[in-house]
Design a protein around this ligand. Structure first.
Ligand SMILES: [Zn+2]
Ligand SMILES: [Zn+2]
Length: 260
């Protein structure tokens, strides 16, 4: 498998996952031209992309889904309530995921796909575990807390893409209105650096050695704060820095391409 986070943050999210001759996206909050430009930058091919998995209906995750599907004929998968929440916003698209038992998982284009519920202020929000030929990547962004159900899906993957949205002190001392601060800090909001660092340590102990920190707030976080929080947490385990591949995803440029 090859994996690249093309864009991450409140201005647009998209993750590219390739297995064999096919690839899928998780979310697409990028204009089609911008998506192609980032794929080019990363040395990846838009023609391989056969489907987009949608996590939830917020604009930063769905803005580019319709154009992508119409331009390439690629499919779109999401749970039905999620579909109903955004279908009128992005024009026609090739919807393939009308599945009432969505969390049972499904197979598409050679990938085993296992959605799992995430606590977030959206109609029906999920993360995804995607497996191909015995390897797996799991994505959990846009969630206020790590529930036992989320944790069970995070454990044991080869690469974890995990939200590290804000530094709690920066958020508390920042200029956001109180109601928005409460929303972000709440159970259905976003994970802090601190939340992330607790989990990442347990995941490393369970064997995951590749991590991408994602969905950082531009106003309430800094890449080095998130990185250092994760790095310190991992270091306390006794992991040497060469043992773990840790990267912070960016809003404007793709990450390196991970091979797992
Ligand atoms: Zn988001
Ligand atoms: Zn969201």
């Amino acid at each position: 498998m090859r994996v690249c986070v093309l864009s991450s943050g409140s201005r647009g999210n998209s993750v590219y996952i390739e297995g064999g001759d096919n690839a899928i996206l998780i979310d697409n909050g990028l204009a089609f031209r911008e998506l192609k430009s980032r794929l080019d930058t990363a040395g990846l091919d838009v023609a391989k992309i056969k489907a987009t998995l949608v996590t939830h209906e917020h604009t930063d995750h769905i803005k580019g889904v319709g154009v992508m599907s119409r331009s390439t004929g690629s499919e779109v998968y999401c749970q039905n309530e999620c579909y109903n929440a955004f279908k009128h916003k992005i024009g026609d698209f090739n919807y393939a995921g009308n599945n009432t038992n969505f969390e049972c998982g499904f197979t598409a284009h050679g990938f085993d796909i296992k959605p799992f519920r995430t606590p977030h202020d959206a109609v029906y929000s999920v993360g995804y575990k995607v497996s191909f030929e015995g390897k797996s990547v799991v994505l959990a962004t846009d969630l206020g807390t790590i529930t036992p159900g989320v944790y069970n899906h995070l454990v044991g993957s080869d690469l974890t893409i995990l939200e590290s949205n804000h530094d709690v002190e920066m958020l508390k001392n920042g200029s956001y209105p109180m109601s928005l601060k409460a929303r972000i800090l709440g159970r259905n909001g976003h994970l802090s650096n601190e939340d992330m660092s607790c989990v990442i340590r347990d995941l490393a102990l369970s064997g995951t050695d590749k991590f991408i920190l994602a969905h950082l707030s531009e106003d309430n976080n800094q890449p080095d704060l998130a990185f250092n929080e994760a790095d310190e947490s991992l270091h306390k385990l006794g992991a040497s820095r060469g043992d773990i591949d840790l990267v912070v995803a960016n809003q404007y440029i793709p990450t390196k391409v991970f091979t797992i």
